[in-house]
Ligand binder design. Structure first.
Ligand code: KG4
Ligand code: ZN
Length: 375
Protein backbone atom coordinates (compact mmCIF):
# COMPACT_ATOMS: atom_id res chain seq x y z
CA UNK A 1 0.00 0.00 0.00
CA UNK A 2 1.38 3.40 -0.87
CA UNK A 3 2.12 6.03 1.76
CA UNK A 4 -0.67 8.23 0.35
CA UNK A 5 -3.23 5.42 0.77
CA UNK A 6 -2.05 4.81 4.31
CA UNK A 7 -2.48 8.46 5.18
CA UNK A 8 -5.96 8.54 3.73
CA UNK A 9 -7.15 5.45 5.56
CA UNK A 10 -5.55 6.47 8.83
CA UNK A 11 -7.21 9.84 8.57
CA UNK A 12 -10.49 8.17 7.81
CA UNK A 13 -10.22 6.21 11.04
CA UNK A 14 -9.37 9.29 13.04
CA UNK A 15 -12.24 11.21 11.61
CA UNK A 16 -14.86 8.88 13.06
CA UNK A 17 -18.20 8.40 11.29
CA UNK A 18 -17.87 10.90 8.53
CA UNK A 19 -14.87 9.26 6.83
CA UNK A 20 -14.90 5.80 8.33
CA UNK A 21 -15.61 3.93 5.16
CA UNK A 22 -14.88 6.75 2.84
CA UNK A 23 -12.11 6.77 0.25
CA UNK A 24 -12.36 10.54 0.05
CA UNK A 25 -9.14 12.41 0.77
CA UNK A 26 -9.09 14.69 3.82
CA UNK A 27 -9.12 18.43 3.05
CA UNK A 28 -7.15 20.84 5.19
CA UNK A 29 -7.29 24.62 5.10
CA UNK A 30 -3.90 25.97 6.19
CA UNK A 31 -3.23 29.57 7.22
CA UNK A 32 0.19 31.27 7.50
CA UNK A 33 0.82 34.77 8.87
CA UNK A 34 4.01 34.62 10.94
CA UNK A 35 6.12 37.11 8.97
CA UNK A 36 5.41 39.13 5.82
CA UNK A 37 3.22 36.74 3.83
CA UNK A 38 -0.49 36.31 4.42
CA UNK A 39 -1.21 32.95 2.88
CA UNK A 40 -3.80 30.19 2.82
CA UNK A 41 -4.06 26.91 0.96
CA UNK A 42 -6.31 23.89 0.69
CA UNK A 43 -4.28 20.69 0.55
CA UNK A 44 -5.63 17.15 0.60
CA UNK A 45 -4.23 13.97 2.10
CA UNK A 46 -3.48 12.69 -1.44
CA UNK A 47 -0.91 15.48 -1.73
CA UNK A 48 -2.95 17.72 -4.04
CA UNK A 49 -2.81 21.47 -3.58
CA UNK A 50 -6.35 22.48 -4.53
CA UNK A 51 -5.70 26.19 -4.16
CA UNK A 52 -2.97 28.38 -2.78
CA UNK A 53 -3.02 32.15 -2.26
CA UNK A 54 0.10 34.01 -1.12
CA UNK A 55 -0.31 37.70 -0.48
CA UNK A 56 3.19 39.11 -0.08
CA UNK A 57 3.68 42.28 1.95
CA UNK A 58 7.19 42.80 0.56
CA UNK A 59 6.31 46.09 -1.23
CA UNK A 60 5.01 47.48 2.08
CA UNK A 61 8.27 46.76 3.91
CA UNK A 62 10.71 47.46 1.09
CA UNK A 63 11.15 51.14 1.84
CA UNK A 64 12.24 50.30 5.39
CA UNK A 65 14.78 47.71 4.24
CA UNK A 66 13.21 44.92 6.31
CA UNK A 67 9.97 43.71 7.92
CA UNK A 68 8.36 46.22 10.32
CA UNK A 69 6.37 44.04 12.78
CA UNK A 70 3.61 46.61 13.47
CA UNK A 71 2.99 47.21 9.76
CA UNK A 72 3.04 43.47 9.12
CA UNK A 73 0.41 42.79 11.78
CA UNK A 74 -1.88 45.49 10.38
CA UNK A 75 -1.41 44.26 6.82
CA UNK A 76 -2.31 40.71 7.93
CA UNK A 77 -5.53 42.01 9.52
CA UNK A 78 -6.51 43.76 6.29
CA UNK A 79 -5.68 40.76 4.08
CA UNK A 80 -6.65 37.66 6.04
CA UNK A 81 -10.39 37.45 5.23
CA UNK A 82 -9.86 37.99 1.51
CA UNK A 83 -7.00 35.49 1.37
CA UNK A 84 -9.10 32.78 3.05
CA UNK A 85 -12.19 33.52 0.94
CA UNK A 86 -10.20 33.51 -2.30
CA UNK A 87 -8.55 30.22 -1.34
CA UNK A 88 -11.94 28.57 -0.84
CA UNK A 89 -13.32 30.12 -4.02
CA UNK A 90 -10.38 29.06 -6.16
CA UNK A 91 -10.72 25.47 -4.96
CA UNK A 92 -14.47 25.58 -5.63
CA UNK A 93 -15.11 24.74 -1.97
CA UNK A 94 -17.06 26.21 0.91
CA UNK A 95 -15.95 26.00 4.51
CA UNK A 96 -18.30 23.07 5.09
CA UNK A 97 -16.26 20.97 2.59
CA UNK A 98 -13.12 21.39 4.72
CA UNK A 99 -12.27 18.65 7.23
CA UNK A 100 -9.49 20.26 9.26
CA UNK A 101 -8.31 23.81 9.93
CA UNK A 102 -4.59 24.42 10.55
CA UNK A 103 -2.73 27.64 11.27
CA UNK A 104 0.71 28.78 12.33
CA UNK A 105 0.72 29.24 16.12
CA UNK A 106 4.39 30.29 16.25
CA UNK A 107 7.26 30.95 16.16
CA UNK A 108 7.20 34.34 14.43
CA UNK A 109 6.23 37.98 14.76
CA UNK A 110 3.53 37.65 17.38
CA UNK A 111 1.21 40.35 15.97
CA UNK A 112 1.01 38.48 12.68
CA UNK A 113 0.78 35.00 14.22
CA UNK A 114 -2.17 36.20 16.32
CA UNK A 115 -4.10 37.35 13.24
CA UNK A 116 -3.91 33.99 11.44
CA UNK A 117 -4.36 31.97 14.60
CA UNK A 118 -7.44 33.91 15.71
CA UNK A 119 -8.97 33.60 12.22
CA UNK A 120 -8.41 29.83 12.31
CA UNK A 121 -9.74 29.52 15.85
CA UNK A 122 -12.85 31.50 14.90
CA UNK A 123 -13.54 29.28 11.89
CA UNK A 124 -12.95 26.09 13.89
CA UNK A 125 -15.16 27.20 16.78
CA UNK A 126 -18.02 28.40 14.60
CA UNK A 127 -18.02 25.25 12.44
CA UNK A 128 -17.03 22.66 15.04
CA UNK A 129 -14.15 21.48 12.84
CA UNK A 130 -10.89 20.18 14.29
CA UNK A 131 -8.05 22.67 14.63
CA UNK A 132 -4.30 22.02 14.47
CA UNK A 133 -1.73 24.43 15.94
CA UNK A 134 1.18 24.23 13.50
CA UNK A 135 4.74 25.13 14.38
CA UNK A 136 5.96 27.28 11.46
CA UNK A 137 9.34 25.51 11.43
CA UNK A 138 7.58 22.17 11.23
CA UNK A 139 5.74 23.54 8.19
CA UNK A 140 9.11 24.15 6.48
CA UNK A 141 10.49 20.84 7.76
CA UNK A 142 7.61 18.66 6.50
CA UNK A 143 6.75 20.34 3.20
CA UNK A 144 9.29 18.20 1.26
CA UNK A 145 6.95 15.31 2.10
CA UNK A 146 4.16 17.13 0.24
CA UNK A 147 6.24 17.85 -2.87
CA UNK A 148 9.95 17.86 -3.54
CA UNK A 149 12.37 17.82 -6.39
CA UNK A 150 14.30 14.66 -5.63
CA UNK A 151 17.70 13.86 -7.09
CA UNK A 152 20.27 11.02 -7.01
CA UNK A 153 19.04 7.55 -7.74
CA UNK A 154 15.43 7.56 -6.62
CA UNK A 155 12.41 5.52 -7.57
CA UNK A 156 10.81 8.54 -9.22
CA UNK A 157 8.73 9.54 -6.21
CA UNK A 158 8.51 13.23 -5.54
CA UNK A 159 8.12 13.28 -1.80
CA UNK A 160 10.46 12.44 1.05
CA UNK A 161 10.35 9.58 3.53
CA UNK A 162 11.45 9.72 7.19
CA UNK A 163 14.13 9.87 8.50
CA UNK A 164 16.05 12.68 6.79
CA UNK A 165 18.83 15.12 7.53
CA UNK A 166 17.50 18.65 7.11
CA UNK A 167 19.22 21.97 6.51
CA UNK A 168 16.52 24.44 7.59
CA UNK A 169 17.59 27.91 6.50
CA UNK A 170 15.18 30.84 6.56
CA UNK A 171 15.08 34.51 7.47
CA UNK A 172 14.66 33.70 11.15
CA UNK A 173 16.39 30.32 11.60
CA UNK A 174 19.40 28.30 10.57
CA UNK A 175 19.46 24.75 11.90
CA UNK A 176 20.59 21.25 11.01
CA UNK A 177 17.93 18.80 12.15
CA UNK A 178 17.56 15.07 12.17
CA UNK A 179 13.92 14.58 11.23
CA UNK A 180 12.81 11.19 12.59
CA UNK A 181 9.07 11.68 12.20
CA UNK A 182 6.24 14.18 12.70
CA UNK A 183 7.08 16.06 15.90
CA UNK A 184 10.37 14.15 16.25
CA UNK A 185 13.34 16.40 15.73
CA UNK A 186 16.93 16.28 16.99
CA UNK A 187 18.74 19.59 16.82
CA UNK A 188 22.20 18.74 15.46
CA UNK A 189 23.46 22.29 14.92
CA UNK A 190 22.25 25.88 14.81
CA UNK A 191 23.44 29.41 14.31
CA UNK A 192 25.00 31.16 17.27
CA UNK A 193 24.05 34.59 15.92
CA UNK A 194 22.44 35.56 12.57
CA UNK A 195 20.45 33.21 10.35
CA UNK A 196 21.63 32.58 6.79
CA UNK A 197 18.67 34.54 5.39
CA UNK A 198 19.47 37.48 7.66
CA UNK A 199 23.05 37.47 6.35
CA UNK A 200 21.78 37.61 2.74
CA UNK A 201 19.37 40.42 3.67
CA UNK A 202 22.04 42.46 5.47
CA UNK A 203 24.61 42.14 2.67
CA UNK A 204 21.99 43.26 0.15
CA UNK A 205 21.11 46.24 2.36
CA UNK A 206 24.78 47.27 2.61
CA UNK A 207 25.03 47.19 -1.19
CA UNK A 208 21.75 49.10 -1.62
CA UNK A 209 20.11 46.12 -3.38
CA UNK A 210 16.81 46.30 -1.47
CA UNK A 211 14.74 43.78 0.51
CA UNK A 212 14.57 40.79 0.59
CA UNK A 213 18.27 40.29 -0.11
CA UNK A 214 18.42 36.57 -0.91
CA UNK A 215 16.92 36.56 -4.40
CA UNK A 216 18.92 39.55 -5.68
CA UNK A 217 22.24 38.39 -4.14
CA UNK A 218 21.63 34.94 -5.69
CA UNK A 219 21.10 36.56 -9.14
CA UNK A 220 24.08 38.90 -8.85
CA UNK A 221 26.31 36.10 -7.55
CA UNK A 222 25.66 34.06 -10.70
CA UNK A 223 27.31 36.89 -12.69
CA UNK A 224 30.33 37.36 -10.41
CA UNK A 225 33.63 35.76 -9.42
CA UNK A 226 33.34 33.83 -6.12
CA UNK A 227 37.10 34.16 -5.57
CA UNK A 228 37.27 37.93 -6.04
CA UNK A 229 37.06 38.75 -2.30
CA UNK A 230 38.24 36.71 0.62
CA UNK A 231 35.37 36.39 3.14
CA UNK A 232 35.92 34.47 6.40
CA UNK A 233 34.37 31.02 6.94
CA UNK A 234 33.51 31.28 10.67
CA UNK A 235 33.79 28.07 12.74
CA UNK A 236 34.77 26.00 9.69
CA UNK A 237 38.16 25.17 11.23
CA UNK A 238 36.43 23.87 14.35
CA UNK A 239 34.58 20.62 15.02
CA UNK A 240 30.81 20.70 15.55
CA UNK A 241 27.77 21.65 13.53
CA UNK A 242 26.96 25.20 14.69
CA UNK A 243 27.02 28.23 12.41
CA UNK A 244 28.08 31.83 12.82
CA UNK A 245 27.29 34.36 10.11
CA UNK A 246 27.89 37.64 11.97
CA UNK A 247 31.64 37.49 11.24
CA UNK A 248 30.96 37.38 7.48
CA UNK A 249 28.65 40.37 7.86
CA UNK A 250 31.25 42.36 9.86
CA UNK A 251 33.95 41.55 7.29
CA UNK A 252 31.62 42.84 4.57
CA UNK A 253 30.90 46.04 6.52
CA UNK A 254 34.60 46.70 7.16
CA UNK A 255 35.46 46.11 3.51
CA UNK A 256 32.65 48.37 2.27
CA UNK A 257 33.70 51.13 4.69
CA UNK A 258 37.08 51.10 2.95
CA UNK A 259 35.49 50.88 -0.52
CA UNK A 260 32.39 53.11 -0.31
CA UNK A 261 29.71 53.48 -3.01
CA UNK A 262 29.28 54.11 -5.87
CA UNK A 263 30.17 50.55 -6.88
CA UNK A 264 30.37 49.16 -10.39
CA UNK A 265 28.11 46.28 -11.40
CA UNK A 266 31.22 44.11 -11.62
CA UNK A 267 32.15 44.95 -8.01
CA UNK A 268 28.63 44.17 -6.76
CA UNK A 269 28.47 40.87 -8.68
CA UNK A 270 31.89 39.77 -7.40
CA UNK A 271 31.02 40.84 -3.84
CA UNK A 272 27.76 38.85 -3.92
CA UNK A 273 29.47 35.81 -5.48
CA UNK A 274 32.28 35.85 -2.87
CA UNK A 275 29.85 36.31 0.03
CA UNK A 276 27.58 33.52 -1.24
CA UNK A 277 30.58 31.19 -1.68
CA UNK A 278 31.47 31.75 1.98
CA UNK A 279 27.90 30.91 3.10
CA UNK A 280 27.86 27.79 0.89
CA UNK A 281 31.23 26.64 2.29
CA UNK A 282 29.96 27.07 5.87
CA UNK A 283 26.78 25.10 5.13
CA UNK A 284 28.67 22.24 3.45
CA UNK A 285 31.34 22.15 6.19
CA UNK A 286 28.73 21.98 8.98
CA UNK A 287 26.55 19.46 7.13
CA UNK A 288 29.60 17.25 6.55
CA UNK A 289 30.34 17.33 10.28
CA UNK A 290 26.69 16.62 11.09
CA UNK A 291 26.94 13.30 9.26
CA UNK A 292 29.38 12.16 11.95
CA UNK A 293 27.09 13.17 14.81
CA UNK A 294 26.31 10.16 17.00
CA UNK A 295 22.55 10.53 16.59
CA UNK A 296 22.84 10.80 12.80
CA UNK A 297 25.19 7.79 12.60
CA UNK A 298 22.71 5.79 14.64
CA UNK A 299 19.63 6.63 12.54
CA UNK A 300 21.48 6.71 9.15
CA UNK A 301 19.11 9.00 7.21
CA UNK A 302 19.20 8.24 3.49
CA UNK A 303 18.04 11.65 2.35
CA UNK A 304 19.60 15.10 2.64
CA UNK A 305 16.98 17.86 2.45
CA UNK A 306 17.09 21.65 2.30
CA UNK A 307 14.05 23.76 3.25
CA UNK A 308 13.12 27.34 4.25
CA UNK A 309 13.38 30.52 2.20
CA UNK A 310 17.14 30.19 1.70
CA UNK A 311 16.52 26.78 0.08
CA UNK A 312 15.69 28.80 -3.04
CA UNK A 313 19.37 29.62 -3.40
CA UNK A 314 20.78 28.04 -6.53
CA UNK A 315 24.37 27.68 -5.23
CA UNK A 316 23.24 26.12 -1.92
CA UNK A 317 20.96 23.65 -3.75
CA UNK A 318 23.76 22.69 -6.16
CA UNK A 319 26.39 22.28 -3.41
CA UNK A 320 24.05 20.20 -1.25
CA UNK A 321 23.14 18.02 -4.21
CA UNK A 322 26.87 17.37 -4.76
CA UNK A 323 27.42 16.61 -1.09
CA UNK A 324 24.53 14.14 -1.14
CA UNK A 325 25.99 12.43 -4.22
CA UNK A 326 29.39 12.20 -2.53
CA UNK A 327 27.83 10.64 0.58
CA UNK A 328 25.58 8.30 -1.37
CA UNK A 329 22.44 10.07 -0.21
CA UNK A 330 19.29 11.18 -1.98
CA UNK A 331 18.98 14.97 -2.25
CA UNK A 332 15.58 16.66 -1.99
CA UNK A 333 14.34 20.23 -1.99
CA UNK A 334 10.82 21.67 -2.14
CA UNK A 335 9.78 23.43 -5.36
CA UNK A 336 10.63 27.15 -5.26
CA UNK A 337 7.11 28.33 -4.32
CA UNK A 338 7.08 26.02 -1.28
CA UNK A 339 10.46 27.23 0.10
CA UNK A 340 9.52 30.72 1.27
CA UNK A 341 6.59 31.12 3.69
CA UNK A 342 3.34 29.72 2.34
CA UNK A 343 -0.01 28.33 3.43
CA UNK A 344 0.43 24.94 1.71
CA UNK A 345 3.23 23.92 4.06
CA UNK A 346 1.01 24.77 7.03
CA UNK A 347 -1.91 22.81 5.57
CA UNK A 348 0.38 19.80 4.96
CA UNK A 349 1.89 19.95 8.47
CA UNK A 350 -1.70 20.27 9.71
CA UNK A 351 -2.65 17.06 7.88
CA UNK A 352 0.40 15.18 9.15
CA UNK A 353 -0.40 16.17 12.75
CA UNK A 354 -4.12 15.52 12.33
CA UNK A 355 -3.30 11.99 11.13
CA UNK A 356 -1.68 11.44 14.53
CA UNK A 357 -4.61 12.91 16.43
CA UNK A 358 -2.72 16.07 17.39
CA UNK A 359 -5.61 18.50 17.37
CA UNK A 360 -6.26 21.40 19.73
CA UNK A 361 -8.17 20.21 22.77
CA UNK A 362 -7.88 23.33 24.94
CA UNK A 363 -7.10 26.99 24.12
CA UNK A 364 -3.62 27.50 22.67
CA UNK A 365 -1.64 30.72 23.17
CA UNK A 366 0.45 31.61 20.11
CA UNK A 367 4.18 31.65 20.82
CA UNK A 368 6.77 34.09 19.42
CA UNK A 369 9.45 31.47 20.24
CA UNK A 370 8.71 27.78 19.81
CA UNK A 371 11.69 25.49 19.17
CA UNK A 372 11.04 22.34 17.16
CA UNK A 373 12.49 20.32 19.98
CA UNK A 374 9.57 21.45 22.20
CA UNK A 375 6.76 19.97 20.14
O1 KG4 B 1 11.30 31.01 5.13
P1 KG4 B 1 11.16 32.46 4.81
O2 KG4 B 1 10.18 32.86 3.74
O3 KG4 B 1 10.80 33.29 6.07
C1 KG4 B 1 11.15 32.95 7.38
O4 KG4 B 1 10.54 32.01 7.93
O5 KG4 B 1 12.09 33.60 7.88
O6 KG4 B 1 12.63 32.96 4.40
C2 KG4 B 1 12.88 34.27 3.97
C3 KG4 B 1 14.36 34.41 3.74
C4 KG4 B 1 14.82 35.84 3.51
O7 KG4 B 1 15.89 36.13 4.38
C5 KG4 B 1 15.26 35.83 2.06
O8 KG4 B 1 16.30 36.75 1.77
C6 KG4 B 1 15.72 34.40 1.89
O9 KG4 B 1 14.76 33.65 2.59
N1 KG4 B 1 15.78 33.99 0.48
C7 KG4 B 1 16.93 33.62 -0.13
C8 KG4 B 1 16.60 33.39 -1.50
N2 KG4 B 1 15.26 33.60 -1.65
C9 KG4 B 1 14.77 33.96 -0.43
N3 KG4 B 1 18.19 33.50 0.33
C10 KG4 B 1 19.14 33.13 -0.54
N4 KG4 B 1 18.91 32.90 -1.86
C11 KG4 B 1 17.66 33.01 -2.37
N5 KG4 B 1 17.44 32.78 -3.68
ZN1 ZN C 1 9.48 30.65 7.28
Amino acid sequence: MTEEKLIRLDMGKLEGNEHKNSERAILCLGIESSCDETSAAIVDSDRNILSHIIYSQIPEHQKYGGVVPELAARAHILAIDDVINQTLEKAGKTISDIDVIAATAGPGLIGGVLVGWMAATGIAQSTGKPLVAVNHLEGHALVPRLHAAVANGTDGSNSVEFPYLLMLASGGHCQILLVRGVGQYDLIGQTLDDSAGEAFDKIAKMLGLGYPGGPVVDKRAALGNPKAFDFPRPLCDKPGCDFSFSGIKTAARTFLDKHPAPHTDEFINDFCASFQAAVVDCIINRLTNSMNDKRVLEIKPKTLVVAGGVAKNSAIRAAMENLAKEKNMIFAAPPMNLCTDNGAMIAWAGLENYRLGRVVKEPVAPRPRWPLTEL
